[in-house]
Design a protein around this ligand. Structure first.
Ligand code: SAM
Length: 269
């Protein structure tokens, strides 16, 4: 099984420092030797050695340790509210894969504690919007945002571009705020939807068929299944609307599982 509820929490500072030492100087190659599905997997390489990367990931660790509110990671009979995260090296890779720039608008649908928004805003300058149904998780994200903003200001290191955290259900948000076209820049959506109920993923898949051209959607439970020949016969529209690319996340790059697994990037064409 891909998802494990075994105890796999965010690495401690000590573990992180250890793995950081082991990594540096290090280019991580993602050329995915064992691919469990019959589609083309895209290889990418990302550098995670910059001082800015380590400065910011250390600051994130400090932030979540010091803020009072803590995220929800276990909810009986509501697995979809589990706010475990992608880890920073994976987020760096996402920045590269989606080519995120300061002109873009990045959405994290189900933003949990906000860590992805913060790293992307800090690294790229993109405008970031997080939608989170759990009030507790959204409060953690807002508290973390305030902490980080104050820290960065104190150190005169840098400041955040716009980050908005909205407490809402993705379905309601999308109905009220359809994605807009931007004069400059594109919409980018992260959907950490492995634990989402199927109807929620299906609702999002239908809604995003109307997304503006150039919108990229990164998902884990495939919005537009496309790996088998039959898929094109079942849903020809998805193939007309989207360019689909398949990837594999690397071991130890997500908090919810130590193994590797597939993810997809669909670009509205
Ligand atoms: C696995 S976490 C992902 C956190 C973050 N996006 C990341 O990748 O690090 C999924 C989050 O989605 C939220 N969520 C689940 N269903 C939702 C819904 N219908 N609307 C908004 N957020 C939802 C959960 O509360 C949880 O915090």
């Amino acid at each position: 099984m891909l998802l494990s509820h075994a105890k796999f929490s965010r690495p401690t500072q000590q573990q992180y420092t250890r793995s950081r030492k082991a990594m540096a100087p290090h280019n991580i190659h993602f050329d995915c030797p064992c691919v469990p599905f019959p589609t083309t997997v895209v290889a990418t390489t990302v550098k995670t050695t910059s001082a800015a990367f380590f400065f910011f990931t250390d600051l994130l660790d400090e932030t979540y340790k010091n803020i009072a509110e803590k995220r929800v990671v276990e909810v009986t009979r509501s697995r979809s509210l589990c706010a475990k995260s992608l880890l920073p090296t994976f987020v760096s890779r996402i920045i590269k894969i989606m080519n995120i720039t300061k002109d873009d608008t990045f959405y994290d649908f189900g933003c949990g504690n906000g860590s992805i928004l913060f790293q992307i805003a800090h690294s790229t300058g993109a405008s970031c919007i997080g939608i989170e149904i759990s009030e507790q998780n959204a409060d953690v994200a807002r508290e973390a945002h305030a902490y980080l903003t104050a820290k960065l200001k104190d150190q005169s290191a840098s400041h955040f571009p716009s980050i908005k955290i909205v407490t809402d259900d993705i379905t309601k948000y999308l109905a009220a705020e359809p994605l807009k076209e931007h004069a400059k820049g594109k919409n980018l959506i992260l959907l950490s939807n492995l634990l989402f109920p199927k109807p929620l993923t299906q609702f999002i898949a239908e809604n995003l068929r109307k997304a503006p051209l150039g919108t990229q959607i990164l998902c884990f439970d495939d919005l537009y299944p496309h790996g088998r020949t039959l898929a094109k016969i079942r849903d020809p529209e998805a193939f007309e609307l989207f360019e689909m690319r398949d990837y594999v996340w690397q071991k130890e790059s997500v908090e919810w599982c130590g193994a590797e697994g597939p993810f997809y990037v669909h670009t509205r064409k």
